[in-house]
Design a protein around this ligand. Sequence first.
Ligand SMILES: NC(=O)c1ccc[n+]([C@@H]2O[C@H](COP(=O)([O-])OP(=O)(O)OC[C@H]3O[C@@H](n4cnc5c(N)ncnc54)[C@H](OP(=O)(O)O)[C@@H]3O)[C@@H](O)[C@H]2O)c1
Length: 331
Amino acid sequence: MPGESAVGYLAERHGTTVSCAVVPLELDELGEGEVLVAVEWSSVNYKDALATRPDGGVARLDRLVLGIDLAGTVLESSSPEHRPGEAVLVHGYGLGVSHHGGFATHARVPASWVVGLPAGLTAREAMILGTAGFTAALSVVRLQHHGIGPSDGPVLVTGATGGVGSFSVAMLSLLGFEVVASTGKEDAAGWLGALGASSVIGREELSRPGRPLEAQRYAGAVDCVGGSTLGGVLRTLSWGGAVAASGVTGGAELVTTVFPFILRAVSLLGVDSTQTSLEERAATWERIATELRPADLETFVAGEIGLGALGPVLDRLLAGGARGRYLVRPG
Ligand SMILES: NC(=O)c1ccc[n+]([C@@H]2O[C@H](COP(=O)([O-])OP(=O)(O)OC[C@H]3O[C@@H](n4cnc5c(N)ncnc54)[C@H](OP(=O)(O)O)[C@@H]3O)[C@@H](O)[C@H]2O)c1
């Protein structure tokens, strides 16, 4: 693309601090890869917020364009798998971690990271869902593969107003589950009810210290909070139940005993979206575009921002204050 240049949201580490700014970039600075994408939309995920922190444990480059997901159009490709003009999405692997990410007008990525946009989703809709929607879908599918169905009893979703949480509420409800949503936001019950939650409980109900085993309440759970909350989930799952665990917003420590596992045959199912194979990605996105697609994706949009407005939004996510999803329009 002679004469074309890019703009991106760059996080730069200087010793023990990280500074972030919107900067011009040359296309040959974007990293290795066979596919050059004109980024139309990206989205803000908790991991992007962690990447702005010196102790966040996410950024693997001292100069990193942030953004762990993107959707757009192929501009150039030296891979036979992708052609200019193709609508694509990319998330996970090293994107926004060890390779420049989606908070930029352009991204150059390995062909092996690129998924064709599924029929029925626009680039904007794909990024309303983004990594959060994909992780919610993986979590829901893990519970289904464990054999948990709507007739087994209520399922619990923690961090319910966040990205992973809110899509999990909506997708489980679409599948016919009775969904109990756990949130730290007192005013969120109406919004969560509209997404499909049957009832709402306060965050502290799970995170406060409890007996090793409590009343059996939930057939399954999607947890993106971790910490003492995940301990609370394990204590309240029914015999044979399972929790699909993906996150750390409540802490990386897991305080539990072995009793949920050895007296109630409970399973802890780990969910990692980043290394999911390309085949599983494509199949999961097909499901997201059809049977798992929430009826009104616009309900999830907390805001639509340009690169210059990312700073305060990233801070809001770190503080646990976001409800739904922030879309990023880099151009
Ligand atoms: N394993 C994977 O592949 C994968 C993929 C995507 C995301 N994740 C992880 O999943 C988590 C959620 O990601 P996201 O993008 O959905 O984040 P998000 O949109 O910022 O949502 C996180 C939610 O967690 C809850 N929360 C925040 N601080 C909390 C605290 N101190 N204690 C308990 N709950 C708290 C809040 O919901 P309420 O106020 O409603 O409680 C918040 O909205 C993150 O840890 C992220 O890194 C992992």
